[in-house]
Design a binder for this molecule. Sequence first.
Ligand SMILES: Nc1nc2c(ncn2[C@@H]2O[C@H](COP(=O)(O)OP(=O)(O)OP(=O)(O)O)[C@@H](O)[C@H]2O)c(=O)[nH]1
Length: 413
Amino acid sequence: MINTIKKIWAPGVSGHPLRVRRQIALCNQVGLFGAAATIPYQLFYYCYDFAAYRHVFNANIFFMVIYLSVLLLNYHRWHNTASHVLLLNGCTQLFVVTLFVGNGAGVNLFYFTLAAVLIFLYQRLSIRVYAAVMTLFGTLYLVTHFLFTSADVPTPIPLPWRDVMYVGSVVGSLVLSGVVLYLFRQQIDHAEGELMLSNRYLETLSNTDPLTGLANRRALDAALEREWLRLARRQQALSVIMFDIDHFKPFNDRYGHDGGDRCLQQIARAAKGVVSRAPDLLVRYGGEEFAVVLPDTDEAGALQLAQRLCTTVETLNIPNESLGVGACITISVGVSSITYITPDAHHYGGAHLLKRADEALYQAKENGRNQVVYRAYGCPQSKGIERLNKAGTSFSNTGHAVPEPRNNSTPEL
Ligand SMILES: Nc1nc2c(ncn2[C@@H]2O[C@H](COP(=O)(O)OP(=O)(O)OP(=O)(O)O)[C@@H](O)[C@H]2O)c(=O)[nH]1
C-alpha cells in the first residue's frame, strides 16, 4: 500500500544523487498533499453554497492544478522551479482563500506547514534567503490573521461550519506537516542504510585482493595490530606464516601472465581450504607471496598448518615445465610464533613477527625451496632458526629462541 502511494510522487525522482532525490520527492509530496488537502474545502463550498463561494472554488481549482504541475516540472528536471512554484502557489492560495472566507476557517494555519518543510525543499538554501522566506511566511500569517477577520471578508464561513473548518485546518496542517516530515525521515533512514551498505562494500574492497579474493596487505596490517593487542591482553600464542611460490618467474614466462594469474587463484583456493579456522586470516601479501595470521596458535600448530599448505600446493600438481618435464608448482614457507609477550618483545610488535616469518621464508628458499622453516620471534639480533624438513623433523641450528615459552608443553591445535 505504502509502496503504491510512493509511486505517485516518484516521477522525476530516479537517476539523481540522493540529496536531489530527497528534494524532488518532498516537493512532489507537498504538491500532492496541497491538492489533496484542498478537496474537503472544495466539497464544502460546492455543497453548502456554490453560488456564494464560486470565486473561492474556482480559484482553488486553479491552485490545485498548479500544485499538480509541480510533479510535471520535477519530471522535466526543473527542480528549483518546481520548489519556487510550490511555495508561491501555497502562499498565494492561503492568502486568497483567507481573504475571501476569513481567518475563522484557519486556512492560513497551513503557512506553518510550508514553514516546516521549507528548508528541505532546496539543495543549498542560504541562511539569508531562508530567514527572508520564513519572515515572509510569518508576515503573511499575521496579515491574514489580523486583517481578514470574518466581519471584514466578502464570503465568511457561517457558524458552526467556521469552527468545524477551523478544527479541520488545525488537524490538516498538523497531519500534513507530520506526514511530510515522517516520509522525509524515512527517506533519510533509507539513504543512511544505502550509505552504510556502500561504505561496507568499499571497506571490503579496500581490504580485498581483486585477483584472488583474499584479504590484502592492508587487512594483514590491521589483523596483526589487533592480534598483537589481544596477545598482550590474554597472553595466548600468536603465529604468522609466510609462503611464496617457487620459481614463479619462469612459470610466468612459460605460461604467460594469465597462466600465472590462474595459478595464483588456484593456490589461493587451496590455501583457503587449509586455513579454515574462523579467526585465522589468509592474505595475499603481494605478487606471489601470501601470509597467514594464526591467533591463539603456537609453534607446533603453526608448523603443522605450514606443512599442510606445502603438501596441499604440491598435490595440486600444477605443471611448471619451465623447470623440466614433470616439475610441478611448489611453495616455500616461513613460520614464526610468539607465546607470550615480554617487555622486550612488546617493543617490536606484530610487524617484527611478520619479519621473522619472512626471514624464515627466505631461509627456506636458500635451503632449496619446497619446505617449511621456523624462526622464533626473538629480538632482532637473534639468529635462532629452527627448521622442519619435508618429512616433518624439526631441528634448530642454535636452539636460541627468544622469548622462552612459559612451559615446554606443546598445546594441541
Ligand atoms: N601472473 C602474475 N604474476 C605475478 C603477479 N605478481 C607477481 N608476479 C610475478 O611473480 C614473479 C616473481 O618472481 P621472483 O620474485 O623472481 O620469484 P620466483 O621466480 O618465484 O623465484 P623464487 O621466489 O626465488 O622461487 C615475477 O615474474 C612477477 O612478475 C601477479 O599478480 N600475476
